[in-house]
Design a protein. Structure first.
Length: 407
């Protein structure tokens, strides 16, 4: 991860509006995180290994008995839906089987016996996953269910005689992404949609373990990339763009985590789409216009500077195409175009006084590259929320919304 060298790890605005001292005190951080969300996110590598073991017991291989499906629908909401987005990008545009992430109750009207529905819910109670599993069973579609053991979703899968991957629930879904994603990916592997060697899963887990160590609470902000990113984003409007389809999913994941954990609004998406209009944000009142309106000859006023809200651009830069492993060689040229676009957008932002952070994807497989683009941002969202005095585990607006929907 690289940041604007003129700014360093922490920006002037960030120092004034968040408690940097808190971030560098591991004991205080532990007290500020009673729900132990930092520990939950740090378990991502363990989640990969545990879910792979649990999925092996679910006999997913039987999915291939009826041959290649017409389509695969991953049904769920929130983090569960992101696992479908992840699968769609890993399968890639060359996949002969469409992969659809479905976020609404039920399933698309065309789903039938030739299709596979993967219903995902960390709690096993999600209305979207439950209704999708029920509809799939009634229409004769092949069903895979992934969720908490002894849940409504587990009971539905048992009645439908469908494979069920019992994922232990130890944290909110947003902190359990890999526990849900690995069974989704292994289901796709069983169907022949993707190549996912055991070595890729092992390397992904190792990557997540290494990033958890780098981002541990005891590491100070000048050596901890997640704390540094949190301070970079403090007081800003984050704009997170991914240079490939896989990176774009990671960007949207970061925006989800910023909203839930840090209560920050964020703009996220594909850098290609940004280049066709959204890049205009850089010229707006939070971008270049704010810089242009500042009197460079005036004496600096710390309070005014701290009150100035600016964009902060985060580019997730991925040299892969975000498709299946067989696409890697064929996708060199498109990937190069996307990387040039990332460099150009970074230059545009710098010219307008918008600071830029770049996170480079690392790893040979798509799964490991995705892990490298999400692990540090996941921690950063938690540190940013903690520095503002929020408990990342508790999101009162979510609880209130559920209550209002029930009345």
């Amino acid at each position: 991860m690289t940041a604007d060298p003129s700014e360093g790890a922490t920006g002037l605005t960030g120092r004034r509006i968040v408690d940097e001292q808190l971030l560098n005190d591991a004991d205080v951080l532990q007290q500020a995180d009673p729900g132990m969300m930092l520990r939950a996110v740090a378990s991502a590598g363990a989640q990969v290994r545990e879910s792979a073991s649990v999925a092996a017991e679910a006999n997913l291989a039987e999915l291939a008995d009826e041959g290649r499906p017409r389509s695969v629908v991953v049904a769920g909401a929130g983090t569960a839906a992101r696992t479908g987005d992840m699968l769609a990008t890993i399968a890639g545009a060359r996949s002969v089987v469409p992969v659809i992430s479905h976020r609404s109750p039920g399933v698309p009207g065309w789903v039938g016996a030739a299709d596979v529905v993967i219903a995902v819910s960390a709690s096993g109670r999600s209305p979207e996953a439950i209704s999708a599993a029920d509809a799939a069973a009634r229409r004769g579609a092949r069903l895979v269910a992934i969720g908490a053991p002894d849940s409504e979703l587990a009971s539905l899968a048992e009645r439908a005689r469908a494979p069920f991957v019992a994922v232990p629930r130890r944290a909110p879904a947003r902190a359990s992404m890999w526990a849900l994603a690995v069974p989704v990916l292994l289901s796709a592997r069983a169907l022949g949609l993707i190549r996912l060697p055991e070595a890729d899963l092992a390397e992904t887990a190792a990557r997540l373990d290494a990033d958890a160590d780098r981002c541990r609470p005891a590491a100070d902000s000048f050596v901890n990339p997640a704390k540094a990113l949190a301070l970079d984003l403090a007081g800003s409007i984050p704009v997170v763009w991914g240079s490939s389809p896989l990176a774009a999913v990671a960007a949207r994941r970061f925006a989800d985590m910023l909203s839930s954990n840090a209560r920050y609004p964020a703009v996220a998406g594909d850098l290609g789409d940004a280049g066709r209009g959204r890049v205009g944000l850089l010229d707006g009142v939070y971008g270049g216009l704010a810089e242009a309106s500042r009197d460079i000859f005036a004496d600096p006023e710390p309070d005014a500077e701290a009150a100035l809200t600016r964009l902060r651009l985060v580019i997730l830069r991925d040299g892969g195409v975000g498709g299946g492993e067989e696409d890697r060689d064929a996708g060199e040229e498109p990937a190069a175009v996307e990387l040039r676009r990332a460099d150009a957008v970074s230059e545009l932002a710098t010219r307008r006084g918008v600071r830029v952070t770049v996170i480079e994807a690392e790893g040979a497989s798509a799964a490991e590259r995705f892990a490298s683009l999400t692990s540090v941002p996941d921690f950063a969202s938690l540190y940013l929320g903690l520095a503002h005095g929020f408990d990342p585990m508790a999101v009162p607006a979510v609880s209130e919304l559920k209550e209002l929907m029930e009345t």
